[in-house]
Design a protein around this ligand. Structure first.
Ligand code: G6P
Ligand code: MN
Length: 445
C-alpha cells in the first residue's frame, strides 16, 4: 500500500515514519513517497528516515520526488502537511499582526487568516489533482489552519479528505490521566472547530466524571489546560477548552506575552530548523540524533508564552511525545482494514452542530471504518461557544471566498469579522502589511 506525504521534507515526517515502522499488521503501508518542493529538505529527511529504518526488518520503502503528479498517482493515502511560505512566512504572519497589537498565531486570529489565505489556493490545487490522478485515495490533512484547509479541500474531494489535529486527543488524555482513568476507556464528549473546541464531559463506564474534576482544584491544577485557564474559569465554563482557546479567553495577556518575547514562535522555529537542515547536510553529523534533540527542544517550548502568561510552568514529560503520528496511523488503519475506531477528526458537519450548514467542517468524535469518518451526534454547544464557532466559521468562509475570487475587499472582511481583530481599520492595514511581505498573496488584487 502506497502512502504519499506532501511536505515530505518537513520536520515532523520522521514521526509519521516512526509510527509506520512500528506497524507490523497485515495491510500496512509498504511504500512511502515523499513529495516536497525543496529537494534539499527531502535529502535531509531522507537521511533521518534511513537511520530510523536501519536494522528494522521490512521497513517501508521510501522514495522521493519533487513531481507532485508522480507522487499522487497510485496512492491509497495522501498525507498533506505542507507549509506555504515556510517558517519565514509564519514569522512574518506573527510580526505583521503583533505590530498592529493583534495575535499572529499560525491558526488563530489574524495570523491564521493570513496563513489560510496563502494556503487555500495551494491546497485546492492539490485537491483537484488528487481528484483527477488518485480518485480513490483518502487525503489526511494536517496542514494548518487544519479545519479551514480541510473545508477548502472537501469542496473538491467531499468526505475523502479528513483533517486531523493532536490537540483534542492530548486534552482527552490529560483529563483522563488527571481523573486516574485509562484514556482508552474514556468517552470524550468534545466538539467545536479545529483549535476551537470544548470537552463537555468525560464518561467512564457510562458515568460522567468531568464534574468530579471541576470540583477539585488540586486535580484541576495537575494538568496543562487546568493551569492555563485556572480552576475558577473552568468551573464557570463547566467545560475544559482546547488549549488554543487561551488565545481568546486571555487574549490581552497572550498578545502581551508574544510582543514581549525575545522571538516569536515562528521566528524561533525558523532559526531552529535552519540549524537542523544545515546540520544534517553534513554527512558526519548523526542525522537522527540531531533530529531528536531538535524535536525535544521544540516540544518543550510549545506554547511557552501562554504558559508563562498564565504562570502554568513547564510541560509534563508525558505531554512531550506521541500525538500527531498516532492519530494519523489510527485513522489510516481504521479505513484500510475496516477496523472500527472512534477518533476526534475534522469532517463535514452533516447536521451535527445545528447552527452550521452541512458542508461546514467541524472537529468532532467520529466513527471510522472502511467507508470513512462519520461524525457522532453530540449535545449542542452552550450559547457563548456557538457564538464563537459561528463567528470563526463565517471568517473561514470569507477566507475561502477571497481565495476563490482574489478579492481584496473580501480578505479585509475576513480579518475585520474575526473576534480577535478589533477594528476594520486594523483589518485594512493587516491586508496591506501581509500582501507587502507575502508573494503568495499576490493574487489579492
Ligand atoms: C499542536 C497543534 C498543531 C501544531 C503543533 C506544533 O500539536 O495542534 O496544529 O502544528 O502543535 O506547534 P509548533 O508551534 O511546535 O509548530
Ligand atoms: Mn492542531
Amino acid at each position: 500500500m502506497k502512502l504519499t506525504i506532501l511536505g515530505g521534507g518537513g520536520f515532523r515526517v520522521p514521526l509519521v515514519y516512526g509510527a509506520l515502522l512500528g506497524d507490523r499488521a497485515e495491510g500496512r503501508v509498504t511504500r512511502v513517497v515523499l513529495h516536497d518542493v525543496d529537494a534539499g529538505r527531502l535529502r535531509a529527511i531522507a537521511r533521518v528516515l534511513a537511520e530510523q529504518a536501519s536494522g528494522v526488518p521490512d521497513a517501508p520503502e521510501v522514495a522521493f520526488t519533487t513531481d507532485l503528479d508522480e507522487a499522487l498517482r497510485g496512492a491509497a493515502f495522501v498525507f498533506s502537511a505542507i507549509r506555504v511560505g515556510g517558517l519565514e512566512g509564519r514569522a512574518d504572519d506573527e510580526r505583521v499582526a503583533l505590530a498592529e497589537g493583534v495575535l499572529g498565531q499560525e491558526t488563530v486570529g489574524a495570523g491564521g487568516i493570513a496563513y489560510g489565505l496563502r494556503t487555500v489556493p495551494v491546497a485546492v490545487d492539490i485537491a483537484r489533482r488528487v481528484a483527477r490522478l488518485a480518485p480513490d485515495a483518502w487525503v489526511i490533512n494536517f496542514t494548518n489552519p487544519a479545519g479551514l484547509v480541510t473545508e477548502a479541500m472537501s469542496r473538491h474531494l467531499g468526505d475523502r479528505v479528513i483533517g486531523i489535529c493532536d490537540s483534542p486527543v492530548g486534552l482527552g488524555r490529560r483529563i483522563a490521566r488527571a481523573l486516574g482513568a485509562r484514556p482508552r476507556e474514556a468517552w470524550i464528549d468534545y466538539v467545536g472547530l479545529n483549535h476551537l473546541g470544548w470537552v463537555r464531559g468525560l464518561r467512564i463506564a457510562g458515568r460522567d466524571e468531568l464534574p468530579r474534576l471541576l470540583d477539585d482544584p488540586v486535580l484541576l491544577g495537575s494538568f496543562e489546560e487546568g493551569r492555563l485557564f485556572g480552576a475558577d474559569w473552568l468551573r464557570s465554563l463547566g467545560a475544559i477548552p482546547n488549549e488554543y482557546l487561551h488565545y481568546y479567553y486571555f487574549n490581552r495577556e497572550a498578545v502581551r506575552a508574544y510582543r514581549e518575547a525575545e522571538r516569536t514562535r515562528g521566528a524561533f522555529l525558523r532559526d531552529q530548523q535552519a540549524r537542523f537542515y544545515a546540520g544534517v547536510a553534513d554527512p558526519d553529523v548523526p542525522a537522527l540524533e540531531l533530529w531528536n534533540r531538535t524535536r525535544a527542544e521544540r516540544e518543550a517550548t510549545y506554547m511557552a508564552e501562554n504558559r508563562e502568561a498564565a504562570g502554568a510552568g513547564e510541560r509534563e514529560a508525558e505531554d512531550l511525545s506521541g500525538g500527531y503520528e498516532d492519530v494519523a496511523l489510527a485513522l489510516m488503519r481504521a479505513i484500510a482494514r475496516d477496523e472500527r475506531a472512534t477518533l476526534i477528526l475534522n469532517v463535514r458537519n452533516r447536521g451535527t452542530l445545528s447552527p452550521l450548514d452541512a458542508d461546514a467542517v467541524i472537529e468532532v468524535p467520529c466513527l471510522v471504518d472502511a467507508s470513512g469518518a462519520h461524525p457522532v451526534s453530540v449535545e449542542p454547544l452552550p450559547d457563548h461557544a456557538t457564538g464563537l464557532v459561528c463567528a470563526v466559521k463565517a471568517v473561514e468562509r470569507e477566507v475561502l471566498a477571497a481565495a476563490r475570487s482574489g478579492s481584496r475587499a473580501t480578505a479585509v472582511k475576513a480579518f475585520a469579522l474575526h473576534p480577535l481583530v478589533d477594528s476594520v481599520n486594523v483589518a485594512h492595514r493587516l491586508v496591506d502589511g501581509y500582501t507587502a511581505v507575502h508573494p503568495g498573496l499576490a493574487y489579492l488584487g
